[in-house]
Write a protein that binds this ligand. Structure first.
Ligand code: ZN
Length: 434
């Protein structure tokens, strides 16, 4: 019985295939119409997930339509599946232009990530690594406690004493807090410097600009909200003390040559020059975020190669903040070590989100291995609650971008800028960086 049914089904499939083959082939939908459907789906997901749409500067009526329709998650998922199936194969003509070829793969992968995010909103539970692979096209390495032990020992030598290491680190850092009344002066100077170092290497639209706002009660420490028309709103969270190194971090990461430049270049080269509308929307939980965060973090080294950062901090920012410049080098040395401990943050997030450790245990781990004082560690676990495996985009993203750019540019500063800017202005997937 079973055999007979299968044989009959096979015969029907063959017949159907013959009938389908006999019909004239439908021309594939043009990429711009696929891109438009993608943007509308991202906006539709945004109706269910307030953090999903990080930026949108396409037609305002598309957003209004998404708000009015409030497409159910099940319908969004089905539409995403249809759209993925509709993406035409790459033709020989397309292959001649690298960006056109990249566009196809990129849009497909962004849609697959959207599909996963919808499943998560529908209640699907993924492990940390499954989630990061599906959403960000990358998986962070697993490091045991022993991996961090050597770095902690080095830190012990730099900060001798008997109190817990994180407390010694915290006490040492007290001398590097920017006084609140000098905050905007220091940030403005840092932004001006990062911009001045970026402009000779990137041709930015003449009207690009951004505004800085100081805010409180957020799970992040800084945020760039890209508004379109080459403008960004950058928010700085002042819940916790702000240390002097944050000035360059923030100015480069959120501004030049980080998020602001990245978004402006996508708008200029892909949206305006090529009419690729999919880049008017930025879905936060997608592979694009690994590229965005990775370039924003690596951009700091590009703008300040070698010892240039510590020299600028010592000679300009320390005096502006009223801090003792003779401590700048010692602080930079300690910071470099603590930065290398950032992968301990991924381990904390992985265990916490996989349900293998509680919030208290995660706070404890972050204090011990990532050198985060209790309040920062607590803030970090709230970041895990909201953004989950997004954490890998910062450190793994930076390392992947660095490796990609430097394997092409070697140690040449000029060439490094060129490769970096090229990456900023193109739709490249994280898995293609390896
Ligand atoms: Zn960022």
């Amino acid at each position: 019985m079973r055999g007979l049914t299968l044989a009959r089904t096979a015969a029907i499939i063959v017949l159907t295939a013959l009938v389908v083959a006999a019909q004239p082939a439908q021309p594939p939908p043009p990429m711009n119409s696929i891109a438009e459907r993608y943007v509308k789906l991202v906006l539709a997901v945004g109706q269910h997930d307030a953090d999903y749409v990080d930026a949108f500067y396409g037609p305002a009526e598309w957003k209004a339509e998404a708000e009015r329709r409030k497409l159910p998650l099940g319908e969004i998922a089905a539409a995403a599946d249809r759209l993925i199936a509709d993406i035409p194969a790459l033709s020989d003509v397309d292959r001649r232009d690298e960006l056109t070829a990249l566009r196809r793969d990129y849009l497909k992968r962004q849609l697959e990530a959207l599909r996963t995010r919808v499943q998560m909103l529908q209640g699907t539970k993924l492990t940390f690594d499954e989630e990061s692979r599906a959403l960000y096209d990358a998986v962070a390495p697993v490091h045991p406690e022993s991996y961090f032990a050597g770095m902690l020992q080095e830190l012990e030598r730099l900060l001798p004493g008997t109190a817990p290491l994180v407390d010694r680190y915290d006490a040492f850092r007290q001398q590097f807090i920017i006084p609140a009344n000098r905050l905007s002066r220091v940030f403005d100077r840092a932004i001006a410097e990062c911009r001045a170092r970026t402009l000779p290497h990137v041709s930015l639209p003449a009207n690009e600009s951004f505004t800085v706002e100081y805010v409180t009660n957020k799970p992040w420490s800084g945020y760039n909200w890209y508004q379109g028309n080459y403008r960004s709103l950058i928010q700085v969270n002042t819940d916790l003390p702000i240390y002097i190194d944050r000035a360059i971090d923030l100015a480069c990461h959120e501004g030049y040559p980080g998020h602001h430049v990245y978004n402006a270049l996508l708008e200029k080269h892909l949206v305006r020059d090529r009419g690729w509308v999919e880049f008017t929307v930025y879905a936060l939980f997608s592979p694009q975020s690994l590229i965005a965060e990775g370039t924003a973090n690596y951009g700091i080294e590009v703008a300040f190669p070698g010892d240039e950062r510590v020299a600028f901090e010592r000679d300009v920012l320390f005096p502006l903040a009223g801090l003792d410049p003779s401590q700048a080098e010692a602080y930079a040395k300690v910071r470099a070590l603590v930065d290398r401990l950032s992968y301990a943050g991924n381990e904390a997030a992985r265990k916490y989100l996989n349900g293998e450790s509680t919030r208290t245990q995660s706070v404890d781990w972050l204090q011990r291995y990532a050198m985060m004082p209790a309040a920062s560690a607590e803030q970090r676990t709230r970041f895990f609650d909201t953004y989950r495996s997004y954490v890998i985009n910062y450190n793994l993203g930076k390392d992947l971008v660095k490796q990609y750019v430097e394997s092409r540019a070697g140690g040449q500063t000029q060439k490094r800028w060129q490769e970096f800017v090229k990456l900023l202005a193109s739709p490249r997937l994280p898995s293609a960086l390896r």
